[in-house]
Design a protein around this ligand. Structure first.
Ligand code: NAI
Length: 508
């Protein structure tokens, strides 16, 4: 088994911005002597003083023994020039995101450090292969992609460029583990794992907004409360900053030769053009001014309890509704389900979305009063659900379906009739991207799920989630979205297709 770099290896961190400072803190806490350097006068010293204060605070809060905090602080120093890094065994670069600047830096370092010193770049979007191409010895370079804030985020993507030898990856993997992180290995492809696989979380939400599915606050509430995501896509984009989020999307889109899966959104471009960059600008999708009111999601008003309820079939959603009705003391009948319906309520027929619009499904099934519900991560506990009704559906039927969900203790957010609703459509697209990432040999299925849980706090890895929803369902949702929009964006990953045909799970 490969061992981590020993604690007596000196770690040099170059760039004392948000990331460099965080990485220096992690390495010092892990027992290394750390030298931090920055081309801006005083930047490294200021960062070191801040990190010392950070260690002291952790000690005060009882999260780090006082002696350890003092020792970690003593191990961390600011230096003024690259020449001071001659004894480094590992250099982590976290300077500006610019290929030429990174190449020049590593070229300069090759003349300063020993031949066996490892080079790591924290780049989030530049090809590790391209950075390495400028080196006399590209075999010494790999990506070590931390997430912000580095001391708190567990994930580190260990990135192989074309020249990076497996032994170097093994050493960095073991080292990141020894530093208390959870490393995943990825090949150097655009966006690596997280910044690629996360694109649909923003992309599908932006499309739903463009199509007038509902407003931002309601979409956010559905993604949080039914999807289990920590933040809704719009509040998250406002927090990240639209300039940053839009730039990442454009960079991945360009790098994949304008693959429509990653196509940026005109709505977001307009925010960038306007300078409405999100929280930092006081305005984005939401108003972040000092007296701004908290946005309220739209929730259907209380409907009368339906007179006749039949729960149909025994899929997850149907069983959960039956249990919730029983727990709330409502009487209902049980029925079979030949066409996938999960409930009949008065004249309404309720289905879980399969990626068709309610209007198409009503037409296909010959059921005018069709009401669709969205996916929920857990139908037994979900506090909210999105619904959509067919153009042919009566308002009375929508009220009955709403009344059924409310009787189960679920808040209802009514969308216009967009195909796939919000959680289902997003999960299908996240799983599709994750599957293609695995299918293209970028990383393993375990790595992609771990990366998305730890790097962006998803409640489940997209592949495990797809297994749970059922790969037939994911395939159907994508097929129907593709048919509706006629776009290559919704083409199905060959990996999902293979597993559907073989009847196996992605995580088998
Ligand atoms: P930052 O702008 O906060 O810090 C960069 C620092 O590098 C500045 O202090 C700057 O003075 C210094 N610098 C620039 N050129 C230099 C050079 N040639 N030599 C020495 N110092 C130099 O940037 P941030 O956010 O810390 O990002 C750094 C790197 O980490 C970038 O490659 C970025 O893409 C990547 N990254 C950023 C994440 C984030 O959330 N901010 C997350 C993961 C990676």
């Amino acid at each position: 088994m490969t061992t981590a770099l020993s604690a007596d290896t000196v770690v040099a961190v170059i760039g004392a911005g948000a990331m460099g400072a965080g990485i220096a803190q992690v390495a010092a806490a892990a027992g290394h002597r750390v030298k931090l350097v920055d081309s801006r006068a005083q930047a490294a010293l200021t960062a070191v003083n801040n990190i010392h204060a950070q260690f002291a605070k952790l000690a005060e809060k009882g999260k780090l023994p006082h002696a350890d905090a003092l020792a970690a602080s003593a191990r961390l120093i600011a230096v003024e020039q690259l020449a001071d890094l001659a004894d480094a065994g590992l250099v982590v670069e976290a300077i500006a995101e610019n290929l030429q600047a990174k190449q020049q830096l590593f070229r300069d370092l090759e003349c300063i450090v020993a031949a066996d010193c490892i080079f790591a770049t924290n780049t989030s979007s530049i090809s590790v292969t391209a950075i390495g191409s400028a080196l006399q010895n590209p075999l010494r370079l790999a990506g070590l992609h931390f997430f912000n804030p580095a001391p708190l985020m567990a994930l580190v993507e260990i990135v192989s460029g074309l020249a990076t030898p497996p032994a170097l990856i093994d050493t960095l993997f073991a080292t990141a583990s020894a530093w208390g992180k959870t490393p995943v290995h990825t090949r150097s492809t655009p966006g690596f794992i997280v910044n690629r696989v996360a694109r649909p979380y923003y992309g599908e939400a932006l499309r739903l907004l463009t199509e007038g599915a509902t407003d931002c606050a309601t979409l956010d509430a559905v993604m949080r409360e039914a999807g289990g995501f920590r933040m809704g896509p719009f509040e998250l984009m406002d927090m990240i900053g639209h300039d940053v989020n839009y730039a990442v999307t454009c960079s991945v889109w360009n790098a994949f030769y304008n693959d429509p899966r990653f196509q940026p959104s005109l709505i977001q471009k307009e925010l960038v053009d306007a300078g409405f960059l999100g929280k930092k600008a006081g305005r984005g999708f939401f108003d972040h001014g000092t007296d701004a009111e908290k946005p309220v999601p739209s929730t259907e008003v209380s409907q009368a309890r339906p007179a006749v309820i039949t729960i149909c079939g025994a899929c997850n959603a149907a069983s959960a509704l039956a249990n919730r009705l029983s727990a709330a003391g409502f009487a209902f009948e049980r029925g079979t389900s030949e066409d996938g319906r999960i409930a009949q309520v008065d004249t309404a027929v309720v289905f879980v979305t399969d990626g068709r619009s309610a209007t198409q499904r009503a037409s296909d099934c010959g059921v005018a009063n069709t009401v669709l519900i969205d996916l929920a991560i857990n139908y037994s506990t979900t506090a909210r659900i999105a619904i959509a009704s067919a153009a042919q559906c009566s308002e009375a039927a929508v009220c009955s379906a709403t009344g059924l969900l409310q009787a189960c203790g679920i808040k209802v957010s009514r969308f216009s009739d967009v195909p796939g609703l919000a959680v289902m459509r997003t999960v299908a697209m996240l799983a599709n991207e994750a599957a293609d990432t695995v299918n293209q040999g970028v990383c393993t299925a375990a790595a992609v799920d771990s990366a998305m849980r730890l790097g962006v706090n998803y409640p489940q890895g997209p592949l495990g989630w797809a297994d749970q929803v059922g790969l037939h369902t994911i395939r159907d949702v994508l097929t129907h979205l593709g048919a509706t929009y006629g776009e290559d964006r919704y083409r199905i990953s060959p990996l999902i297709q293979r597993h559907v045909f073989s009847g196996t799970k992605l995580h088998d």
